[in-house]
Design a protein around this ligand. Structure first.
Ligand code: 13P
Ligand code: SF4
Length: 307
C-alpha cells in the first residue's frame, strides 16, 4: 500500500513544490502543508514563493488567485470540483450589470469570487483586511461591496461606512443557528464565542470575537479563557487543539443535526487526491492571459494595502 505521507514528501522534493493549505482542510492535509493560513496569508505565501509548483489545498478561487500571481508556475488543485457557494452566488454577467448600474462606486470584491468577477473590481479584500481596505477609500466615494452581504454588513457596522451590497452568502456560515447558540451559551456560561464575519448578523451579535480564521485562531490561543464555541468551519479546530490541547473547543451548532459546519467544497480534497494531483501533475489551474492581467491589478492593490 502506498504510504501517502512519504510519497507526497518525495514528490514535493522532486517537483520543488510548496503545499499551501487552508484551515478548513482535513487534519491530515493541514499536517503535511508547508503553509497553513487564512485566505490572505495563503495569497501572500503564493505571491512570494520561489517554488516551481504550488499544490493548493483549498478551493478553486484560492488556487486561481495563486495562478493569477504566478502565471509561469504549475498550480494544482487536488479536486477541481472544490468550488465555493459564495463565489457561485455572484455570476460575472449579473455582477457586470450591477457594477454598471452603480457608476462612480469603488468596487471592493471579497477574494471568494471568480476571476471574471475579480476582473470587474477595483480592489480585492479578504475577511482579515476588509475593514482596513474600506477605510482606505476616500470618504466621499460610494462603495459597492461584493459578494458577501454578511461580511459587508459587519464592515459597515465597524466603520460606519454605508455600502451597496451584493446579496451573496456562504451556505456553510449561514447554517449556524442563533437559537441553538443561545442554548449552548447558557449550558457553558464560561465559554467565549468566536465567529467568522460570513455568519449572519444575529449570530455575530452573540460573538465575543469576530474575525478571519487566523484571527479566530490567534484569539483562542492567546485568550486566557479555556472554553470556546466556534462559529466557523470545523476544520479550524484542528489547529486550535494542536496549539492549546488543554482548552475545549465546541463547534457552534448548525440549524439541523447535519455536519453542515463542514464546507462540502473544502472537504472534497483528500490526502489521496493531494498525492494523485502531484503524481499526475493535474488538475492544473489555467486561465486566459487577458483575464489574468485584469485580475492582477485589483489583487496587487490588496497586497500593497495589506503589507
Ligand atoms: P478566511 O479568509 O478567514 O480564511 O476565510 C475564507 C473562507 O472561505 C471563509 O469561509
Ligand atoms: Fe466558500 Fe463558504 Fe466553503 Fe468558505 S466555507 S470556501 S465561503 S463555501
Amino acid at each position: 500500500m502506498t504510504d501517502l505521507f512519504s510519497e507526497i514528501a518525495r514528490l514535493k522534493r522532486e517537483m520543488n513544490a510548496v503545499i499551501l493549505a487552508h484551515y478548513y482542510q482535513e487534519p491530515d492535509i493541514q499536517d503535511i502543508a508547508d503553509v497553513i493560513g487564512d485566505s490572505l496569508a495563503l495569497a501572500q505565501a503564493a505571491a512570494k514563493t520561489d517554488a516551481s509548483a504550488i499544490v493548493f489545498c483549498g478551493v478553486h478561487f484560492m488556487a486561481e488567485t495563486a495562478k493569477i500571481l504566478n502565471p509561469d508556475k504549475l498550480v494544482l488543485l487536488p479536486d477541481l470540483a472544490a468550488g465555493c457557494s459564495l463565489s457561485d452566488s455572484c455570476p460575472a454577467p449579473e455582477f457586470e450589470a450591477f457594477v454598471k448600474a452603480h457608476p462612480g462606486h469603488a468596487v471592493i470584491t471579497y477574494i471568494n469570487s471568480s476571476a471574471a468577477v475579480k476582473a470587474l473590481s477595483d480592489v480585492i479584500c479578504t475577511s482579515s483586511n476588509a475593514e482596513r481596505i474600506v477605510r482606505r477609500i476616500p470618504a466621499d466615494q460610494p462603495i459597492l461591496f461584493a459578494p458577501d452581504q454578511h461580511l459587508g454588513r459587519y464592515v459597515t457596522k465597524q466603520t460606519g461606512r454605508e455600502m451597496v451590497l451584493w446579496p451573496g452568502s456562504c451556505s456553510v456560515h449561514v447554517t449556524f443557528s442563533e437559537r441553538r447558540l443561545i442554548r449552548l451559551k447558557a449550558e457553558h456560561p464560561d465559554a467565549l464565542v468566536l465567529a467568522h464575519p460570513e455568519c449572519e448578523e444575529r449570530v455575530l451579535r452573540l460573538a465575543d470575537h469576530v474575525g478571519s480564521t487566523t484571527s479566530i485562531l490567534t484569539f483562542a490561543t492567546s485568550n486566557p479563557a479555556t472554553r470556546f464555541i466556534v462559529a466557523t468551519e470545523a476544520g479550524i479546530i484542528h489547529q486550535m487543539k494542536k496549539a492549546c490541547p488543554d482548552k475545549e473547543f465546541i463547534p457552534a451548532p448548525p440549524d439541523s443535526g447535519c455536519s453542515c459546519n463542514e464546507c462540502p467544497y473544502m472537504r472534497l480534497n483528500t490526502l489521496e487526491k493531494v498525492y494523485l494531483c502531484m503524481r499526475d501533475r493535474r488538475p492544473e489551474i489555467t486561465l486566459p492571459e487577458e483575464l489574468r492581467v485584469r485580475c492582477l491589478a485589483p489583487l496587487e492593490r490588496m497586497l500593497e494595502m495589506s503589507a
